[in-house]
Write a protein that binds this ligand. Structure first.
Ligand code: CA
Length: 454
């Protein structure tokens, strides 16, 4: 366990976060610990309030959804705790904390009937990889992507020993320093993510490669549990960490390192994590699937209202959910990021987690064009030994896995017509380094990249 609280400077914290916050931060809460696997019945779960049209009544009131205790999961937690799932008849939604991404994957292969889960929160393109048996020892478990859970809320942290070396958003001026790290330190510059070949791996790879660093040869990049990574950053054996809220706050506040970049700076309003459920569950329970989606959408709308953020933090910070101090969870939900290393702080609500709408589209709607970026990036890095061969195969997989049609139906039935996107594509995507991804021409994006395996 990383002793965040034991290492934390109480005096510093009193100055920056107020006395009540200081007392709570010193209590406990260590994100990344082996979590409670029990999901204690909520005391605050509210009773159903809607009159459900008998024709829309779900086939079941139960589903078991896995989550990882990070901000990506907030709308699922709120959907349960504020009664939005129950409002549409899903009165027994079990949100079940997963020890890590590998556990979530293994539990969805088992399914809830075997003691696992029916679906839940995923980094991308895990649902596609599980459907194809690529990360499940060849066992294909078809899954449906049903909604995006969040945009923004992630970033790249760099260890304190690299202060003042130019390791910020654009690291092109620090490329020699990073590449030369081995000759002066006896080991390569070392970076970590939490699970290979998915979002957090993609974000840090994009950031390195945009600065001229090849993440496969110039550095060591590997999957390490968050607590171990932070300990390594503290003791000088880990240099960078692709991470998500609320870790960035703790890393900067505890002087473990600085935030080189928020993902909102790398690619503003980027696709992040998703709700996906086993296809067999969805096909058996089409009305329950839409009821769940309607509840999730209402929860996402609720989460985006600034006046609800304080209550959101109070609920999600609880021990049976994220188990972190309110003081740690609050700043990102106000869009407040101390970046460290002499960089200006960021204070912009829209640079923090958003759940329903952003400035260029709908956050919840699962654009097929975003699935295509994740699989194009999979091709870029040559992941999975060529099991996904090319763009055409990627599109075929997306057409099987992405069920934006169910999202649309649910949104229409719930009366959210005004927020339903007109296209399955969000259009051309822009990155901080000037690169663009046109979903109509992924090859042009691949061709434009200097560092790639394809
Ligand atoms: Ca994430």
């Amino acid at each position: 366990m990383v002793g965040f609280s034991s290492q934390f400077s109480r005096r510093k914290f009193l100055l920056t976060a107020g006395a009540s916050a200081a007392s709570s931060v010193l209590l406990k809460g260590c994100l990344g610990n082996p979590p409670d696997t029990t999901n204690a019945p909520s005391e605050t779960q509210q009773t159903p309030v809607a009159n459900i049209n008998p024709a829309d009544a779900p086939e079941t009131t139960q589903i078991k959804l896995g989550y990882i205790p990070i901000v990506e999961a907030a709308a699922m937690v709120i959907g349960r705790e504020k009664g939005f799932f129950a409002k549409y008849g899903m009165t027994e939604v079990d949100v079940s904390k997963q020890a890590n991404w590998a556990s979530a994957r293994d539990n969805v292969v088992i399914g809830s009937q075997g003691g696992g889960i029916d679906g839940g929160q995923w980094q991308m393109p895990m649902p596609h990889l599980i459907s194809e048996g690529i990360i499940t020892n060849g066992q294909k478990v078809p899954m449906f992507v049903l909604a995006q859970l969040i945009t923004n809320g992630n970033g790249v942290a760099v260890a304190q020993i690299h202060q003042g070396k130019g390791l910020n958003l654009d690291i092109s001026n620090a490329a020699d320093y990073i590449k030369g790290f081995q000759s002066s330190n006896g080991r390569k510059f070392k970076a970590a993510h939490t699970f290979p070949n998915v979002n957090q791996d993609f974000w840090i790879r994009y950031w390195f490669a945009a600065g001229g660093i090849d993440p496969d040869s110039d550095i060591d990049l590997l999957a390490v549990p968050p607590a171990e990574t932070v300990q390594g950053m503290r003791n000088g054996t880990m240099d960078a960490f692709s991470t998500g809220d609320p870790w960035p706050y703790r890393i900067v506040a505890d002087k473990i390192g600085h935030m080189a970049a928020l993902t909102a700076q790398i690619w503003k309003f980027h696709p992040e994590e998703y709700l996906a459920i086993r296809a067999d569950w969805v096909e058996k329970h089409p009305k329950a699937t839409k009821a769940l989606l309607k509840g999730l959408m209402e929860a996402q709308q609720w989460c985006d209202k600034p006046e609800n953020r304080e209550e959101l933090v109070q609920i999600c910070a609880q021990r049976n959910y994220f188990n972190v101090p309110v003081a740690v969870l609050t700043p990102p939900y106000q869009g407040n990021y101390e970046m460290g290393d002499g960089q200006p702080a960021i204070n912009d609500f829209k640079m923090g987690p958003l759940y329903w709408k952003d400035d260029i589209g709908n956050v919840s709607y699962p654009y097929k064009s975003h699935d295509l970026w994740f699989l194009t990036e999979t091709l870029r890095w040559g992941f999975h030994d060529g099991k996904i061969k090319d763009i055409d195969q990627a599109k075929q997989i997306i057409d099987q896995v992405n069920r934006e049609d169910l999202w649309r139906e649910a949104a229409k039935e719930a009366g959210f017509d005004a927020d339903i996107p007109t296209s399955t594509s969000r259009g051309v995507e822009k990155f901080f380094d000037g690169k663009t991804f046109d979903p109509e021409n992924p090859q042009a994006y691949l061709d434009s990249l200097a560092i790639k395996r394809i």
